[in-house]
Every structure is written in C-alpha cells, then in structure tokens.
Design a protein around this ligand. Structure first.
Ligand code: ADP
Ligand code: ZN
Ligand code: ZN
Length: 728
C-alpha cells in the first residue's frame, strides 16, 4: 500500500496544501491523477509517495480520518521533468506564490492540474503489413502491395473494402492498430531562403557563439536584421543537436517571427501560443516533450517548454511588458530564461531596438555582453520624424485632433497610393460620457473608473471588468437627455478620418476588432492586400508589423502614455514611439513620421524623434537615480485587497509596521489607495517597498503572506508583486 501526497488547487484558499490518498500501485512523482475532493472529482498532482506496511484500517486508526483511494491515473509519465519540477519550486519561492500556481503556469491550459476535463491523445486506426506472402486472391495481393507502399496508412484512407481488409487480417497478413496522431496547427512549408549576413550581423553571431553560457544584449535599431541573427544562431545550435527557444512578446501580434522560423526550419519547429485549439496545444506540447522538435517559438509561457539540452534562449523585444506575467505567479520571463540557461549552460540573447533600462544598465556594467546593430540593412535610412506641438495648433485656431501637417501628410501619402499607420493609444469611441446638465459622469459600479463609450455597439463598457450597459437615454442622476462624449478613442477617430479624407478606407485594429479567432491576421491581410489606405490602432500596431508600402506613421497623442502614474511612463513612451516609427519606410521608399504632443520638449519624445536610445537612457537614468527607482533599487508592490473596505487600511498599516521592524535598508511607501481604488468590487491599498538586499524582505513577506492568507481565510488577500510593471 502507498500513501500518496497529492497537490490540489484549493477552491477557496491559495494554499500550498497536499492531501493524502491511498494507492495499491506505486505511482511516479509528478503525474496527474483523478481524485475525489469533497463531492467533486478533480485532477491532482502527485507530489510524493511513500510505501507503508500498515493496512488501511490501521492507518485510519492512526490519523483519525477516512482515506480515499486515487480514482485513476492520467499520465503514464510525469508532464514535467526533474528540471521543471525544481524550477516550479524555485518560482514559488521567488514570487511568493503557491506551488500549484507555478505548476499551472508551466503547462498548457488543458494539462493543468485542477482542470476539469483533460484533453488526451488523438488516435486513429492504421493498417500495418506484418506478413506479405500467401494472400489468396489477386485483389488481396494488390491490396497488400498497396499497403506496403503506404506504411502506417490510416484505415479510412485505404482504397479497398473493409471486408477485404478484415480477411487479410484474419490470414495474419496485416494488423489494424490504434496509433497516436498529432493535430497539426499549421501546414508545413519549406522554402529556406539563403541570406548572406552582413559583416555587422556576422560579428554579432560570432561573438555570441564564442561566449557560450553568457547573457547577450543585442541592441539593434528596427530593421537592422536582428531576426536574421536569431535564425543563424538557431541553425547553429540545431546543427549541434541542441534545442532552441525563441520567445516573442505576443505571438498573435508578431506573426512574422513564426512565419520566418517555419519557413527556415519546417517541421522542426513547434509553436506554442494561446490561440491554438486545446488539442493542438496538447499535441505541440507532447511533440516538444518527446524531443521530436528542437525549436520552440512562443510567447511568455513557452519559456517553460520541456526542451532538453537547450543551447540558446532568445527573447525578441526583450523590453516588452508582456514578458511580465500579471497574475500568479508574477514572474519576469527573462529571469526564468536565465535560470534555465544556467541549468543547461545555454546562452541567452535579449534583443531590442529599445532595451529596458535594467538590461542596458547591466550591459554597461559588464554583467551582460553588449552587441550593437546601429544601422538598418543596406544603410536604409531611419524615417524622418517630425514633432508637432499641439499648443501651437490651438493658437492657430485648429482644434481638430489632426494637426495641419498631419492632415497634409496623410493626404499626400494616400494620393501617392502609399499606406498610413495611425496610432491612438485608446480604444472605444470616447473616454467617458458626461451629462451636460448636472455634470454626472457615468462610472462602473464595480470599479473606480469611468465607462468608455463604444458607440458602434451602442454600449458603455468598463475596461477593467465585464460590466457593460446600453447607452443610456436619460441621466440616472437628473433625468436630462443631454449627454456628451468627452475625449476620443479609436472608434471616434475612425469616423473623423472618414469625414476628413474622402474615399479613404480605414481599418481599425484594436482588441475590439480582433477578438475573433485569427481576427488579427485577417485584418492585417486586408491591409497588406491594400484594401485600405489607413491602419488605425492602439499600441498593438506598434509591434513587429512589416508593410512595404507604409511610408507614413502618425502618432495622434504621444502624451497618453506619458501622463500615466508609472515610473516607467517615459520609458514606455520612448519605446512605443521608436517602435511605431520603425513601421515606416521599411520598403524601398523613405519613411516619414509625425508625433503630435503637448510636451514637445520632453526627452522621451525628442530622443525618440532622433532615434537616440543612448541619450534617452542617460537622461532617464538620472531621473531614476534621483527618485530612487529601478535599476537603482529593486521594488516589490504589496497589494492589500478585500471586499470589506473597513478592514483593509488596518491590515495595510499592520503590514507596513511589520516590514519596518523586520527589514533593513528599505524605503517603504504607503499604504495608499491604489490608482483604481475599487476594482471588480474589491478595495485595494498598496504599499511599495524599495530595497537593495532581498534576503530579509523575502523572509518578512513570506511570513506576512502565510499569516494573512492562512489565518484570515480569504477575508483580506495580500498579493506581492516583485518587479511590478503596472500600478493600477
Ligand atoms: P529587425 O528584426 O532588426 O527589425 P529584420 O530582421 O526584420 O530587422 O530585418 C529587416 C529586413 O532586412 C528584413 O526584410 C530582412 O529580410 C532583411 N535582411 C536582414 N538581414 C539581411 C541581410 N544580411 N541581407 C539582406 N537582407 C537582410
Ligand atoms: Zn444629469
Ligand atoms: Zn468595472
């Protein structure tokens, strides 16, 4: 008899709890099993197993409760190998999250413990020839020779009758067996293009290859050929029979990277991303696990792909905020990449046109190796960027959202038959709706935010929860019917463009228009086929798009990202502007960019206009030093949440006091109400801790976490976020 400790996701508390079950058979650590939990049958994860000589009765007498048996075993072998199981434990300590959440984060959705249904293998019946003499009839002989030419053919594709096959089976000539097949998420293509690397690219490749096991920061402007560097590196490791991990920020927004890797490496590539069907994901995962593929292209969670003998891990657009997971466990992908690289003695490449301050600072210190690609391929010039001061426009009595130079540039571009990309970092129609008589602004009843006008659907929506109402006819406060939409979003601009530029075709690219499966690709395909002159979108359009005919990029309001309460606001603005500018002039023709702003002298904007990363870096570092922000310190944000407003402030004060007496060399800010104090009916206060040495902070936070999450039984929840990326 065996006592099995099973990790389950507790439905109420986020505890690291295992529960004991019995099994007659020995089980492997790390496999999933079906167990009864209360009245439910759920999936658990075998944490450890121990043989006992006692009988069930004797055991139960000892512990005083009734044991249940494991109902069924799901996996033949553990889904996560030793390395990944260790990593889960490490991740749990690093992020102060329960181990179950770490295991969950490492597996594709349907393989997660606690999912109620598990997707399994897909099988089909296949025909195999086992003995080819002595078929009785000519027809049977014919069928046999056909089968020999088509080994393992699926039964349903055999062009002979079932009766005939049954006969052959009876004679012992063939065998009809069930075999596993993979669901293919894409069709294979193979058309390797051979590109000769430039001298600069070659230097980067040689440098990285001769420093195995190091972290390289590849700083290369947009269009400098970073992708080609990645491909060459991947080919090198593949030839050495080593695995390659290619990570991108959001795979649906960077379809190019998937395409080029597929073109170059065909079916040696597995793609992992959220838009695959559950079955496809399961199969891709198993192809990787069985070492049938050596290259994985994927977003954040692909960093956990069960590859063995990894040679290199590449993160493209390493600065991108989507590399930070914003739910449990709140990890930073590059941190995980570095841990895995260490285990495999692999190299890490962090690539970006606008590296994060943290990474560039590490490169300057020599912690990372720095490689630069300062020029575009073929010396193609970077686009010319013009800053338009919107205050001047108002002085000239132009109150439109489009400055005069912006209007002219859009018109000339369209007239030349070229294409335009417009960035407005705000979706919806307008920002909020206000009653003209009493001033009432319509807000979400569950969150402290205004509702956004989505005119095309006649709805007002909350962007932080699912709340949505029909556009109201009367003011809920005074009964007036005079509403006005204040501010503007992508929907309103779309209308405006249609008025300003007659006959111009606009495609709106934001989360609202790309929700359906492959919605992104369909829209982009339309734009590529020149079915529209203008692609208008939120920051989604800034990433990885490469259109030959886009020669003009307009940024309607650069201040939107500058005026957010986040110490990274300037960095984000600089990155966004560089990235979106880089969409212009990628083909044969010279590109042009206009940035509209009320802060024309802000260094984030002037440096972006000059494509000057290094100046931006040094200015921003000065600010970070004075204000004591990363990379000059580490940060952890502690969010105290409860449905009961009366509790949270007291708890927040207690947490602060505890931290003050149990940590050294820290700066503790707050508690203060979060920027959005109430979200989804939960009140939130925040404490920010800046620290240099992490040891006592981890210990103190661990204690706090244990205390509140266990003692308070979910009344107040404390969430710690190391390296916080968002502060709402
Ligand atoms: P990045 O990723 O740095 O923005 P890309 O890798 O997309 O740049 O390269 C920009 C363009 O230059 C692509 O169209 C790519 O095919 C082309 N390119 C890259 N390297 C070379 C090379 N060595 N010779 C010719 N063309 C190249
Ligand atoms: Zn009113
Ligand atoms: Zn809401």
């Amino acid at each position: 008899m065996y006592i099995v400790k099973v990790l389950v996701e507790h439905p109420v508390h986020s505890l690291d709890t295992t529960f004991d079950y019995l099994s007659h058979e020995p089980l492997l650590k790390g496999i999933r099993v079906w167990i009864r939990f209360g009245y439910q049958k759920i999936i658990g994860y075998v944490e450890s197993i121990e043989e006992t000589v006692l009988s069930q009765e004797e055991l139960e007498k000892q512990v005083g409760f009734h044991y249940q048996y494991i109902i069924d075993v799901i996996d033949e072998e553990p889904l996560l190998n030793e390395e990944l199981q260790d990593l889960a434990n490490q991740l749990s300590r690093m992020t102060l999250s329960p181990r179950i959440s770490c295991l969950q984060a490492m597996l594709p959705t349907q393989l997660k413990p606690a999912s109620h249904q598990a997707v399994g293998m897909k099988t089909q019946l296949c025909v195999e020839v086992i003995m080819d003499q002595s078929a009785k009839t000519v027809k049977q002989q014919e069928c046999l020779s056909f089968l020999k030419k088509h080994p393992d053919i699926p039964l349903k594709e055999v062009p002979y009758s079932r009766a005939l096959l049954k006969n052959l089976e009876k004679q012992g000539c063939i065998q009809i067996i069930e075999k596993e097949v993979y669901r293919q998420p894409f069709s294979m293509t193979h058309q390797a293009k051979h590109i000769q690397l430039t001298v600069q690219q070659q230097k980067v490749v040689d440098g990285i290859l001769s420093h195995q096991g190091r972290v390289a920061l590849l700083h290369g402007v947009t269009g400098s050929g970073k992708t080609e560097v990645y491909l060459t590196l991947a080919a090198h490791y593949l030839k050495n029979n080593q695995a390659v991990m290619m990570l991108v920020p959001e795979i649906s927004l960077t379809p190019m990277m998937v395409e080029v890797f597929r073109e170059r490496f065909g079916d040696q590539v597995a793609i992992l991303h959220s838009r695959l069907s559950q079955g496809e994901k399961y199969d891709e995962y198993r192809r990787i696990k069985r070492q049938e593929v050596k290259i994985v292209v994927g977003a954040r969670s692909a960093v956990f792909a069960p590859l063995e003998n990894i040679g290199i891990i590449i993160l493209d657009e390493e600065h991108d905020p989507s590399y930070k997971q914003e739910s449990k466990p709140r990890y930073l992908t590059s941190q995980i990449a570095k841990i895995r690289a260490k285990t495999h003695h692999a190299s890490v490449v962090l690539g970006s046109a606008t590296p994060s301050l943290e990474s560039y600072a590490r490169a300057l210190k020599g912690i990372y190796d720095l490689y630069e690609l300062p020029d575009r391929i073929n010396q193609k010039p970077l686009p010319h960027v013009e800053i338009v001061d919107m205050i001047q426009q108002t002085r000239q009595h132009n109150y439109s959202l489009f400055s005069i130079p912006m209007k002219q540039s859009i018109q000339t571009t369209i007239d030349k038959g070229e294409q335009v990309i417009l960035l407005l970092n705000k979706r919806g129609y307008a920002t909020y709706v206000q009653c003209q008589d009493c001033g009432e602004v319509l807000k979400c009843p569950h969150c402290d935010v205004t509702l956004t006008d989505h005119r095309s659907e006649h709805k007002l929506k909350c962007h932080y929860c699912e709340y949505m109402i029909d556009y109201p006819r009367v003011c809920p406060h005074c009964g007036s019917t005079h509403f006005k939409s204040i501010g503007y979003g992508t929907q309103k601009i779309e209308e405006e463009i249609e008025k300003l530029f007659h006959g111009a075709k606009v495609l709106r690219y934001d989360v609202d228009t790309t929700r359906q499966k492959n919605g992104h690709l369909k829209l982009l395909e339309k734009f590529r086929n020149k079915e529209a002159n203008i692609l208008l979108g939120t920051q989604m359009i800034a990433k990885g798009l490469d259109f030959e005919d886009v020669t003009f990029v307009g940024v309607l309001n650069a201040d939107l990202s500058l005026n957010v309460p986040d110490f990274r606001a300037s960095e984000r603005t600089f990155q966004l502007l560089c990235q979106v500018s880089g969409r212009s002039g990628r083909g044969q023709k010279q590109g042009h960019v206009i940035i509209q702003t009320y802060n024309p002298d802000h260094y984030a904007i002037t440096c972006a206009a000059k494509h000057d990363y290094v100046s931006f870096f040094h200015q921003e570092m000065k600010y970070r030093q004075v204000a004591k922000y990363p990379p000059y310190c580490h940060m952890v944000s502690i969010l105290i949440q409860s449905k009961q407003e009366k509790w949270i402030h007291q708890v927040a004060m207690d947490v602060k006091n505890y931290l003050q007496t149990h940590s050294h060399q820290t700066i503790i800010l707050g508690p203060a109400k979060s920027t959005i104090y109430k979200m989804q009916d939960i009140y939130r206060e925040r404490i920010l801790v800046k620290f240099l040495n992490s040891k006592d902070i981890y210990e103190a936070l661990n204690n706090i976490n244990d205390y509140y999450n266990k003692q308070q039984k979910g009344k107040v929840r404390i969430v710690c976020d190391f390296n916080p990326y968002s502060q709402i």
